[in-house]
Design a protein around this ligand. Structure first.
Ligand code: HEM
Length: 398
C-alpha cells in the first residue's frame, strides 16, 4: 500500500480532512498499486455519484489502465454494482420487489427476535464484545433470515463471509470459498424454486415484470451482492452506533430514557463514521472535468463519502466533525450513495440498526464500556468498522 493510502486507512477522518482541505481532487495509488483519482468534497462527490459519464462497468476501464480489483466468476459478477443502464435499470426494478417499504416493515419482528436471542446469551454484568458477540452475528442472522438461508446452514455461512471479508485468506482460499458458496447458492435457489417461501430469495425467484424475470446468473449475483452489501456495512453501522452511545454517558441516558430517538443516533453515525468510506469505483467513459481537474477516459475515480460527509462547506449547522444527533441536516449525508445506485438496502439497514440498539438498551440500560481504549478501528480504505467493542452489560437480563 502506498504511504498516503496506508495513512488514510489508519486515520480516514484525520487524513481525509487534510486531503479535502488541500484540494478537491487528488491522484492516489490504491493498495493494489493501481492509480485512481480521489474526489473529496461534498458538492463534487454528490455530482459525481449521479454523473452518467462515470460508469460502474469494468468495460469502461482503460485496457492496461491499471485497474485490477477482485473479480468474481462471471456467474456472480452480473450484479448491480458492475452495471450501467439499461441492464442496471431492469435488474434494479426486479430486485426492488424485495425491498418495498411494506416488505421491510414486515421484517421488524424477525429483527427483534434475532437481537433478543443474542442478548439472551449475555450473562449478569457479562463482559461482552459487542462486535463479535452482537453486531456481527446479528447482521449475519438478519441477512440469512431475509435471504431464507436455513438455520442449519448459517454457521458455514458466517465462516465464508469472515473468510472473504477478512484479510487472512489468500487467493487459493478465496477461490475455494467462492466455489463452496456458489454450490451452496445453486442448491438454495433450486430449493426456493421448488418450494417458494416468503423469504427474499423466493420473492426474487418469482419476481417478474411483464415477461421479464431474473436469469439464473443474475439471481446468483444478486444473492451474493445482497449478502456482502448487506452484512458488513450493517454490522459496522450497528457497532459504531453502540460505540457512539457508550462513549457519552449523557447520550446513553437520553437514549435509554427515550429523549434522544435511536433513529437519529443511527442516522448521525451513518454520517459521522460513514460505514462505506468510499463509493464503488467508477470509470470515466470519456474525459471528465471534476472541480477543474481533467480525468482521462478509462481512468478510475474514487468518491470519498467519508470526507464529503464532514465537509464544512455543506454542513454549516453544527461542526461536521462533532457527533450531534440533534443537527438539522441529519439526513443530508451521502452514506447510502445517491442517484440510480442509491443503496437498495438503506431502509433495511436503518431499521436493522435501530432495532439492535433499542433491544440492547431496553434489556441492558446499564450497558457501558469495559475498556474504551481497546475499542479500535480496523485499518481500511474501504470500510469504517471496529475490530472489537468490549462492554459490560450492567445488569441481569430481565
Ligand atoms: C449501513 C449499511 C449500508 C451502507 C452504509 C450501504 C452503502 C451503500 C452505498 C454507498 C451504495 C452505493 C454505492 C455506489 O453508488 O457507489 C450502496 C448500494 C447498494 N446497497 Fe447498500 N449499504 C448498506 C446496507 C445495505 C443492505 C442491508 C443491503 C441489502 C440487504 C444493501 C444492498 C445494496 C445494493 C444491492 C446496492 C446496489 C444498488 C444499485 O446499484 O442499484 N446495502 N450501498
Amino acid at each position: 500500500m502506498s504511504d498516503a493510502a496506508r495513512l488514510m486507512a489508519e486515520d480516514p477522518h484525520g487524513v481525509g480532512a487534510a486531503l479535502r482541505e488541500a484540494g478537491p481532487v487528488h491522484k492516489i495509488t490504491l493498495p493494489d498499486g493501481s492509480a485512481a483519482w480521489l474526489v473529496t468534497r461534498y458538492a463534487d462527490v454528490q455530482a459525481a455519484l449521479v454523473d452518467p459519464r462515470l460508469s460502474l462497468s469494468k468495460r469502461h476501464a482503460a485496457p492496461g489502465g491499471g485497474y485490477r480489483g477482485f473479480s468474481l466468476p462471471p456467474a456472480l459478477d452480473a450484479n448491480l454494482l458492475n452495471m450501467d443502464p439499461p441492464d442496471h435499470t431492469r435488474l434494479r426494478r426486479l430486485a426492488g420487489h424485495a425491498f418495498t417499504a411494506r416488505r421491510v416493515a414486515e421484517l421488524r419482528p424477525g429483527l427483534e427476535d434475532a437481537a433478543r436471542q443474542l442478548a439472551d446469551g449475555f450473562g449478569t454484568d457479562g463482559p461482552v464484545d459487542l462486535v463479535d458477540d452482537f453486531a456481527t452475528p446479528y447482521a449475519v442472522q438478519v441477512i440469512c433470515r431475509i435471504l431464507g438461508v436455513p438455520e442449519e446452514s448459517r454457521s458455514g455461512f458466517r465462516a465464508w463471509t469472515t473468510g472473504l471479508l477478512g484479510t487472512g485468506a489468500d487467493a487459493e482460499e478465496m477461490r475455494r470459498i467462492v466455489a463452496e458458496m456458489y454450490a451452496f447458492f445453486v442448491r438454495l435457489i433450486a430449493d426456493k424454486r421448488a418450494r417458494p417461501g416468503t423469504d427474499l430469495l423466493s420473492v426474487l425467484v418469482t419476481a417478474r415484470d411483464a415477461d421479464d424475470r431474473l436469469s439464473e446468473d443474475e439471481l446468483m449475483s444478486l444473492a451474493f451482492l445482497l449478502l456482502f452489501a448487506g452484512y458488513e456495512n450493517s454490522a459496522n453501522l450497528i457497532a459504531s452506533s453502540l460505540r457512539a452511545v457508550l462513549a457519552d454517558p449523557e447520550l446513553r441516558d437520553a437514549v435509554v430514557a427515550g429523549r434522544t430517538p435511536v433513529a437519529d443516533v443511527v442516522e448521525e453515525v451513518a454520517r459521522h463514521e460513514s460505514p462505506a468510506l468510499l463509493a464503488i469505483r467508477r470509470f470515466a467513459r470519456e474525459e471528465v472535468r471534476i472541480a477543474g481537474t481533467d480525468i482521462p477516459a478509462g481512468e478510475t475515480v474514487m468518491l470519498s463519502i467519508a470526507t464529503a460527509n464532514r465537509d464544512p462547506r455543506r454542513f454549516t449547522d453544527v461542526d461536521p466533525d462533532a457527533f450531534a444527533p440533534e443537527r438539522r441536516d441529519l439526513t443530508a449525508h451521502l452514506s447510502f450513495g445517491q442517484g440510480i445506485h442509491y443503496c437498495i438496502g438503506a431502509p433495511l439497514a436503518r431499521l436493522e440498526a435501530e432495532v439492535a440498539l433499542r433491544v440492547l438498551f431496553e434489556r441492558f440500560p446499564g450497558l457501558r464500556f469495559d475498556d474504551a481504549e481497546s475499542a479500535e478501528w480496523r485499518p481500511s480504505l474501504r470500510v469504517r468498522g471496529l475490530a472489537s467493542l468490549p462492554a459490560r452489560t450492567g445488569a441481569a437480563p430481565g
